[in-house]
Write a protein that binds this ligand. Structure first.
Ligand SMILES: *Cc1c(COP(=O)(O)O)cnc(C)c1O
Length: 342
């Protein structure tokens, strides 16, 4: 039987036996009434980790960002966001569709940064011609890149000078925290350094942390109260959600430090491919490796890999994401399959 090495995304992980046990034994209640103890425990834990007053458990990161955007902005207001940011490009235009909020997308550099001068120029003066600029939205990690701390603080300071709030799409913030902490550092201290820059932060439990689903929006009590109403309105009020919140709690207890291993696996993959003709590795600092394939051979390489039991995504730039369910043997199998193609 061919073994499958699934590098399409860090969302493909299966709950571990320990996580399944936690889910089996989760205490539950009806979270729409606010009395699911496991959901409440998760919300308190992630609020404490991110240093915010409150947090709200969400089914998905898209809903978490959406509730954040709608809680920050009213109709006819706008948020500044990267042209390739998830909250602009990959969320179905939800803020515009459901909130009548105008996105102001800006170009990003290869590391995902919008320039501060572009941000400054995009903030509209108080004039009836313009939408009212309310929010700056950043993402960390972006395509596996960790945003430098000086960039985050510089962009946030600029936004606040103009009265804007600042939101972070931190779907992979735990990867950023582990990378920033380095070998001996504490990822939670590093994480707090990032979240302290923002008014609100959305985190995902279903990516590198390996939970089957779930995200959380974290912010002030007032913001979270507004988001709570929007979550209900958008159909995200859950009942015995402790069954899945327990998996997220388990992930916070047991999986954060394992992200180091994911980053090492991405390095291993990048190192195994760096010398191949016609392929350019754009190695990321965290758990995502991009491979540029010349002469339109991307689809052929993807098909070859699929036949060898290695799954990835992309066209010209193929994307490989490491996670909990990929080990060194899997990575070596992927390297061998790519080398065989070349
Ligand atoms: C995955 C992801 C999200 C949320 O995605 P969902 O599939 O809705 O959970 C948000 N932002 C970024 C950067 C992501 O990678």
């Amino acid at each position: 039987m061919t073994r499958i090495v699934d590098l399409r995304s860090d969302t493909v992980t299966r709950p571990t036996p320990g996580m399944r046990q936690a889910m089996l034994h989760a205490e539950v209640g009806d979270d729409v009434f606010g009395d699911d103890p496991t959901v409440n425990a998760l919300q308190e834990r992630i609020a404490a980790i991110t240093g915010k007053e409150a947090a709200l458990f969400m089914p998905t990161g898209t809903q978490s960002n959406l509730c954040g955007l709608l809680a920050h902005c009213q109709r006819g207001e706008e948020y500044i966001v990267g042209q390739l940011a998830h909250t602009y490009r990959y969320e179905g235009g939800g803020a515009a569709v459901l909130g009548s909020i105008q996105p102001q997308p800006l170009l990003q550099d290869a590391q995902g940064r919008m320039s501060l001068s572009d941000i400054a120029a995009a903030i509209k003066p108080d004039d009836s011609h313009f939408a009212r600029t309310r929010l700056l939205c950043l993402e960390n990690t972006w395509n596996g890149h960790v945003m430098p701390h000086e960039y985050l603080t510089g962009a946030a300071a600029l936004a606040r000078e103009h009265g804007l709030a600042v939101h972070l799409d931190g779907a992979r913030i735990f990867n950023a925290a582990v990378a920033n902490a380095g070998e001996g550092g504490d990822p939670l201290v590093a994480l707090r350094q990032i979240t302290d820059v923002f008014d609100s932060v959305s985190v995902c439990f279903s990516k590198g942390l390996g939970a089957p689903m779930g995200s959380a929006l974290c912010g002030s009590r007032e913001l979270i109260a507004r988001a709570h109403r929007i979550r209900k309105m958008t159909g995200g009020g859950l009942r015995q959600a402790g069954v899945v919140a327990s998996a997220a709690l388990y992930a916070l207890d047991h999986h954060i430090h394992l992200l180091r291993q994911d980053h090492a696996m991405a390095q291993r993959l990048a190192a195994g491919l760096h010398d191949l003709p016609g392929l350019a590795v754009r190695s990321a600092q965290t758990n995502i490796v991009f491979l540029d394939v010349s002469e339109g051979r991307g689809p052929a390489l993807l098909a070859h890999l699929k036949a060898a039991g290695v799954l990835a995504t992309g066209m010209i730039g193929l994307r490989f994401v490491t996670h909990l369910d990929v080990d060194a043997d899997g990575i070596d199998h992927a390297i061998a399959a790519i080398r065989a193609f070349v």
